[in-house]
Structures are given as structure tokens and as C-alpha cells.
Design a protein around this ligand. Sequence first.
Ligand code: CP
Ligand code: NVA
Length: 300
Amino acid sequence: MEHLLGIEPLTGTEIECLIDHAVELKATRGALDELPLAGETWAMIFTKSSTRTRVSFEVGVRELGGSVFFLNSNDMQLGRGEPIKDTARVLGRMAHGAIIRTYDQQDVVDFAHYSGIPTINALTDEEHPCQILADLLTIQELCGGWVGKKVAFFGDGDCNMGRSWAWAAVRLGFELVVAAPAEFQLKSDFQDCLPDDAPVTVTDDPKAAAENADVLYTDTWVSMGKEDEAADRLKILAPFQINDELVGLANCGVIVQHCLPAYREKEISESVMEAHADAIFQQAENRLHAQKAVLAAVSK
Ligand code: CP
Ligand code: NVA
């Protein structure tokens, strides 16, 4: 694997190999015989805020033997209009790999192309592949795998998380239901890109989506960059909150997942958040293990 630009470009087998390696890296944390990033220096370029992604990559690169430097793109000439392709050509001659969080997916694609170094998408408006890999690892740990399982996603279906979940369902074959109001449902042109037999359905009925679900998943209703729309979003998305009623409709043993940061009493009730905190923070920890598998794969 040369880069991780999204879930879409991956095959099911590639995803499964990454999860298998993440399991191994988690079990052997601190006891690796060989450090795949030894002698390497990685760049992290972030245009948006981050807690989990930044920390897990900084720790992960170091645990694999490399070093890392963090650049807020506003501090770089990029923030003053230097094109991404020129930034990429400079960093490609100095760093061994790059981890990028930004708005436009094309910027990450262009960086990978012009830099010639392994490039990892740490979140764009289009996809959040690192989060999905950590989520899959968590589902494997807590549900024994995703085969035959039903994942229900609630809220802003057309955000990076909704789209990356759709590609994960397509690549791995599990059932995904996206419960969202029409305004925030996966856009029809996106749905048209999915294969005809994609195991992905959409609904505006959150209760129907929760019925028989094995995983209830949500994300903030106001993704980074959408702050101006906050008031409308909070109003329109209110019926899609994961709360005790929805949890009660799901399968016995259902797990609740949230990519975090969580906004209590918005996309998730306080009581559900606290009752399922162990699973949700296990999911957050798994960012580290899943991304170490990604770093090892792209640095080969
Ligand atoms: N889930 C996630 O990507 O968290 P951060 O925005 O804190 O990195
Ligand atoms: N959809 C959210 C994910 C945050 C991790 C956002 O883009 O802000």
C-alpha cells in the first residue's frame, strides 16, 4: 500500500490485513523487534483542529522508531497561498512520509502525487479513513467481527464519516443503514457511485434504523468547517440523537460508537454516552493501534 487516501481506494483484503496487523501491534506494544520507521522523519500538516488524530499519530510514529514534526498549515506558506503541489515537492525531498488533515480531498491526492512520499489522509471533508480502521478494530474486539452485522449510522449522513462508513460496508460486505433527514442524507450523486449491490440503505426513520442493529454509530452534527450552519443543523438533526429509546430497539449486546469529540444531548444523550463510555474510549485508543498498522504498511 503506497498511501492511505481513503477507504474507497482500498480492497476488502487490504482492510482486513490492516486490522490483523493492528491487533498484533496492540498485543505487542512496546516489544517490537524491528521498528519499521527507524531513521525516518514524518510531517504532520493540519489545517483543522485535532486531539485524537494528532496525539495518536505523534505517539505512533515514535513507537515505530521514527520522529515527527507538526505543522499547522496557517503557520506555513501554504496558509499564504503557496500551492499544495509546491509544498509537496519541498516536503517530499526532506520528509519520509506525510499525514494531512484538511478540507479538500484533492489536496491530499495532489500532495501524494507531487511529494512522492507515503501520504495519509488524517481527515478531509470527503473521508476519515483512519477513524474507520480504528472503528473496525473495535467492532472486531467487541462483536467478534463485522460479518453479518448491522451498523446503523445516525445524524449527518453526508459528512466524511458517513461516506467512509459507506465505503467500508461496500468493501467488507456488512449491512449499513444511514439514518438522516433528507437534507443531511448521503447525496444522491455519492450513492450513484456505490455499486448496485452495495449493502447500504438510507432512511429518515431513526427507529427503523436502530431495530436489530449491532452497532449504533454517531458523529458531531456540526463538522469542522460547518460552524455557520450550526443552528439549523441542531434543529433539523434533533430527532436523530442516539438515546436510551434507540438503544432499546437495537439488538441485545449492541455497542455504541462515537468517533469523538462528543456533544452530549446533541448527537448522543448523556446517559448513553456514559453507559457506553468503555467501548467509546476503547475505540479512541484504537486510533493508535490502527494507525501504526497504516504507518507500517505505507512505509514498506
Ligand atoms: N475522531 C477524531 O478524528 O478526533 P480528533 O478530531 O480529535 O482528531
Ligand atoms: N465529521 C467530523 C469528524 C470529526 C472527527 C468533522 O469533520 O468535524
